[in-house]
Design a protein around this ligand. Structure first.
Ligand code: PAF
Length: 571
């Protein structure tokens, strides 16, 4: 031990670790007994003293380990302070106490430490081999002594800073004591439900679950919440309310934490030997949505929103994938918004396939699908609209002879509501609906929504047709003709890039392509890509060339962005 004295601030050498010196264990209860037993087995010289023999045990010792109940540690520390010198290391084995309880010894100049075996110790002969032990020290040398002693006793030491002691102990209580409380609650409920010997019935499930958790962590989570099955959760709560209402708050609190873990599993799946694809959770109300997002928001994680009307195609999936790459949590909204359909547009016939949408969204990386009912978004007394002016909504598709500005009023109203409901950091839109993206961006800016609007390139079929949910309406011959839209846009942009400065002349080339394909456009126009003002010349501003046409029963739109200062943007 005198070796240690010389090397007080040096790393504990092999020599030092094999020469810990004389150990005094104060307290001969279960913990003291087990530690003294382990110390003797390790070949250490050990003296054990009960409360009446403290001074006798301590005198001449190099290390004193106080193994008495928490409330008595300070008294023992005070008592031994008279019998130790500055070379004696004084430690305790309490989980909840910090080093401050050893203050009398510390004031005497002794370095102090704590060494807490993280294990229930039912008997004074409990084997501690391989048990993790939290160590802390008042000096680096004291920490090293605690570590070395723990290793010699066969424990597995890990450091816990003394100022994190309460958090450490709370974690230990959650993992151990609360587990008992939880299992007792489950057994009580099962007994009330008429099952005999509930503990025996539950034991295999508890042991297997603990083993799975030990192997794979949160990936071991199964059950209705992990599957996003809130209907079953609601049935559980109803049963609890009827049978054991006192357990409902506990169930709710654990359900909330489980939802957060399930969301985490979806956003950062545990992958072992393959790709894991998970089903996103479906939420139907803004309350459910907010509750589902609260943990992520509380942890400061980024939330991405992809608003859709469903019937997903590659274009939507590219938005979800981009959101997945950019954000911690990805929400896809799935709502066929009636207020953006005109009286002559068939809302009822809009294609829908929720089950497939949810699967595809999950594969693309969505964590949550927000799919509210119409009545939830627009209750009977709903009386507010969000309308963007500035000449953005009454041109192109917003022209009164086409869909009209009411269409965009419907879009901005619902997008504002979605942004409020989800509260995303980033919202993703497709460039295919270029005018919509420009209008939404202006609305977000003007109304100061704290969200970044990201607009991503149009996804196209191999022959250039822009992907759209409405393409399903095309008959085979119409599908072939529909290629004309993209070709017409290409003709206009080729002309501009080849030096044609007149938008009218370039558009005329596009109109010819449309005519050759048998397409009568609603419009083919060149407009400023930000203000949507008409442009007569291609110069160094960004120009949006947009087309809309009815082909068979499908109304299709497409566009290209021409930026001669930077080359053409992919659209
Ligand atoms: O682009 C769409 O699918 C819709 O207009 C949107 C943005 C989801 C609003 O209903």
């Amino acid at each position: 031990m005198r070796e240690l004295e010389r090397n007080r601030d040096a790393p504990a050498s092999t020599e030092a670790s094999s020469e810990l010196g004389r150990l005094a264990v104060i307290g001969n209860g279960r913990v003291g007994g087990s530690l003294a037993h382990a110390a003797r087995a390790a070949g250490l010289e050990v003296r054990v003293g009960g409360r009446g023999q403290v001074l006798e045990a301590v005198r001449g010792s190099d290390i004193v380990l106080i193994c008495v109940p928490d409330r008595a540690i300070a008294d023992v520390s005070r008592e031994i302070a008279q019998a130790i010198d500055v070379t004696t290391y004084v430690g305790h084995v309490s989980g909840a106490s910090g080093l401050d309880v050893l203050r009398p010894a510390m004031e005497r100049g002794a370095p102090t430490f704590s060494l807490h075996p993280l294990q229930t110790i039912p008997e004074p002969t409990t084997t501690l081999l391989g048990v993790p032990a939290a160590v802390a020290g008042s000096t680096p040398a004291a920490t090293r002594i605690a570590t070395t002693l723990a290793e010699r006793l066969g424990l597995r030491p890990f450091e816990v800073p003394d100022d994190q002691r309460a958090a450490y102990h709370a974690a230990a209580v959650l993992a151990s004591n609360f587990l008992i409380a939880l299992e007792e609650t489950a057994a009580d409920l099962l007994t009330r439900a008429g099952v005999e010997d509930a503990r025996a019935v539950l034991t295999p499930l508890v042991l297997r679950t603990a083993a799975n958790w030990s192997d794979t962590g949160r990936a071991a989570l199964t059950g209705p919440i992990a599957r996003g099955d809130e209907t079953t959760v609601a049935r559980h709560r109803a049963a609890l309310r009827a049978m054991a209402p006192e357990f409902e708050p506990l169930y709710d609190a654990l359900a909330e934490r489980t939802r957060a873990l399930a969301t985490l599993n979806r956003s950062q799946p545990h992958v072992e030997g393959g790709t894991q694809v998970s089903t996103p959770r479906i939420v139907r109300t803004r309350e459910e949505l907010r509750a589902a997002l609260a943990p992520a928001r509380g942890e400061g994680r980024t939330i991405g929103l992809v608003p859709t009307m469903g019937f997903l195609h590659e274009g939507h999936l590219s938005l979800i994938q981009a959101a997945r790459e950019r954000c911690d949590v990805v929400v896809m909204s799935l709502f066929v918004n009636p207020t953006q359909f005109g009286p002559r547009e068939d809302l009822a016939a809009y294609p829908r396939d929720e089950a497939s949408d949810v699967t595809l969204a999950g594969e693309a990386g969505a964590d949550l699908v927000y799919a509210p009912d119409t009545g939830h978004v627009y209750p009977p007394d709903f009386a507010t609209v969000v309308e963007v002016g500035g000449g953005l909504t009454d041109v192109l598709c917003g022209d009164p002879a086409r869909r009209g500005s009411a269409h965009f009023r419907g879009v901005t109203t619902v997008v504002a509501k979605l942004l409020n409901a989800v509260g995303p950091d980033v919202a993703f839109f497709g460039q295919k609906d270029a005018q919509q993206a420009i209008i939404v961006r202006r609305m977000a800016r003007d109304l100061e929504f704290p969200v970044e609007i990201v607009v991503l390139p149009t996804v196209r079929e191999p022959d250039g047709l822009a992907m759209s949910s409405r393409n399903v309406y095309l008959q085979p011959d119409e599908r072939v003709r529909a290629r004309g839209l993209n070709r017409a846009l290409a003709a206009v942009s080729d002309a501009a890039r080849s030096g044609e400065t007149s938008t009218a002349r370039a558009l005329a080339l596009g109109e010819k392509v449309l005519a050759d394909a048998g397409i009568v456009p609603e419009y083919l126009e060149a407009r400023d890509a930000e203000t949507l003002a008409e442009v007569e010349r291609f110069d160094d501003r960004r120009v949006l060339v947009a087309v809309a046409a009815r082909i068979g029963s499908a109304r299709l739109i497409d566009n290209v962005l021409i930026d001669l200062s930077h080359g053409e943007d992919p659209a």
